[in-house]
Design a protein around this ligand. Sequence first.
Ligand SMILES: [Zn+2]
Ligand SMILES: [Zn+2]
Length: 274
Amino acid sequence: MNDLVILRRYGNTVEAHIAGGLLEAAGIHAVVIEAAGFDPTLNESLATVLRVHEADVAEATAVLNASEPSDTDPQPGGDDVVRCPRCELEYCYFGRPRGVSSVPGAALWFALASLVGTTKRWRCTKCGHVWDDPEQGPTIPSQFAADDPRPVFYLKRARPGLGVFWGAAFGLGLFILLGSPPYSVLLIPTVAMVGWLIGRSYKYGVCSEPQCRARLRTRDQRCPQCDKTVAGTISTAREHYTAVAEVRREFTALREREEKHLQQGVPAPPHPRS
Ligand SMILES: [Zn+2]
Ligand SMILES: [Zn+2]
């Protein structure tokens, strides 16, 4: 029992049990420990955990990853599926912006926006694209071939919030240390400000693949965790879907050109991959 380690956290106990069942079916001992009692804030914070033996972590991760197809790849669907013209994914709806964010500020913003009344339009929940003509997206999405390198992107992150937190804590410490001359209360916001500046300049990068998000170094050409090829830099998580679609379209176009050349018996131009 002692070497059971946390494999994943879930906000939803049903999902945790489904994952546990998948692992048991694959012969991996898994234990789901549910959040105690009903507490919505706890559930929000992913309090249900799935534990496995330490030795099974790699295999269990692989089993779970295989059961969750990457939502970056478009699913081949019927003609009636509306696809986003920008990222080609089928996660689109016709309506007003949804309060998808759990950030209170964003929820308030969405509440205000829906009061004022925003127009109903086609919206992509993945890349955030908004458009009007449902026919504008592709009927058949571009697909990666089996041997195409799958792209991920260096997703830039910064930590201004953390900087403010430590800055404020440090400022408070100074304030307490210095006794309480009236001006020293200004130390807290000043040092918090400095913390914010430091946090903002402390940039790091993660893998843009939504199911990976491993730390990347700027010189990494492959993600150390998901092993996909780092194909560029983006600054918001949503850009991932658009950027992947661009690479996918590029590969599709290249393949079409190669095929045309083959049919005409002309040697194809050198492929950038080789
Ligand atoms: Zn999209
Ligand atoms: Zn990755």
